[in-house]
Design a protein around this ligand. Sequence first.
Ligand code: ARG
Length: 475
Amino acid sequence: MTQAPPPDRPADPLARKHEAWSGLFSEPMSALVQRYTASVGFDRRLWRADIAGSLAHAEMLAAQGVITAQDLADIQRGLAQIGQEIEAGQFEWQLALEDVHLNIEARLTALVGDAGKKLHTGRSRNDQVATDLRLWLREEIDGIAALLLAMQRALVDLAAGHADTVMPGYTHLQVAQPVSFAHHLLAYVEMYARDAERLAELRRRVNRLPLGAAALAGTGYPLDRERVARTLGFEGLCQNSLDAVSDRDFALEFAAFAAICMVHVSRLAEEIVLWMNQNFGFIDLADRYCTGSSIMPQKRNPDVAELARGKSGRVVGHLMGLITLMKGQPLAYNKDNQEDKEPLFDTVDTLGATLRIMAEMVGGIRVRAQAMERAALAGYATATDLADYLVRKGLPFRDAHEAVARAVKLAIGRGVDLAALPLAELQALQPLIGADVAEVLTLRGSLAARDSLGGTAPAQVRAQIERHRARLGDA
Ligand code: ARG
């Protein structure tokens, strides 16, 4: 059983790699091909998942009597050491060994001998890499889910102080009707809540085990796939071996989720940039999130928001790249699939970093309530309220609309707000207008009137804040 451990490293890594497939080849791979086909430069990032998958596979092989208990012990010892080496930065990744899988397997065999060579029994790199990627992504998903929660909490916390802070609501980026700043922020909370929901749903489809499909057709070894799935915490098995090794829907779904989420981030970032603009002056960002200009001493630029907006393009691009990658592939595994990793990794990194910094930045927003209110007053935002008032007095809505349009025209001509027009002049335009119109023309009156479920009335907004707090687990 026990044997002298082989030398730590093969003299020639290429020779070692040839061992990984067969003695079929009569000449070494060209250096150019080696560099072109190697993925270890980026897929080494999967090492933890690769080791976890190998351990689960080896335990199952031993339980099924395919390898011996001693083999398993050797494999466990070797993989533990490899994990330590990688963590300590002492592992020598070799391009000649192509990818993370062959690098770890070669080192394992160097460390423990024949047991290392038995690890690959009933397994292929095709089901191995699909398993690694799913394991890796599952963990990243949990990290992103936490960041989405933090983002929602930051928005709800900011909103909590502003159910009565009036700003102009816009359509076509023209002042439309007054809304509260809290109401506006809660619109983004809804977006991120949907993102979180989408992420939780796709996680279930990420969390299925391909291992056991082997190269493409299954295997003759008496594998216990259910056991491996349990060990690794998968919720189910990929049921068709061809699909198991070739399916990347889980990556596409994640990329689609990420693209949508980044679009939400980008829209918020765009508003932050606008609100910071001197002509709006609605908010100020803490200095630590701003940058200066090397030439214009007065500048404070919202670079973080701009970059977040810009990075959305990159994540949307990754979705396009991944979905196109899959388009023409015949069953089953093709080397094309190696191209799934860099866009997926960058999607996770970009989204994670962006959510983290945006949530922090939202926490540092200072609100300029007076500027918001001035802007709402300047845009005839209560015109609809006046029309609704006339409808309550019995005027058909279209006629009310027309009367108010004339009132707005008059006010524009005078350069004043609707509320500043003398009552007599309003009555000349429409006799149904009474002294009680004054209340209707105020911003707060307008806000309070929009009391439908989901509307901007402070009572509605406060109820929404409570609902979010309960949902986010910090009621
Ligand atoms: N590095 C490969 C990948 O990322 C692993 C699978 C290779 N399989 C193969 N049959 N060449 O997809």
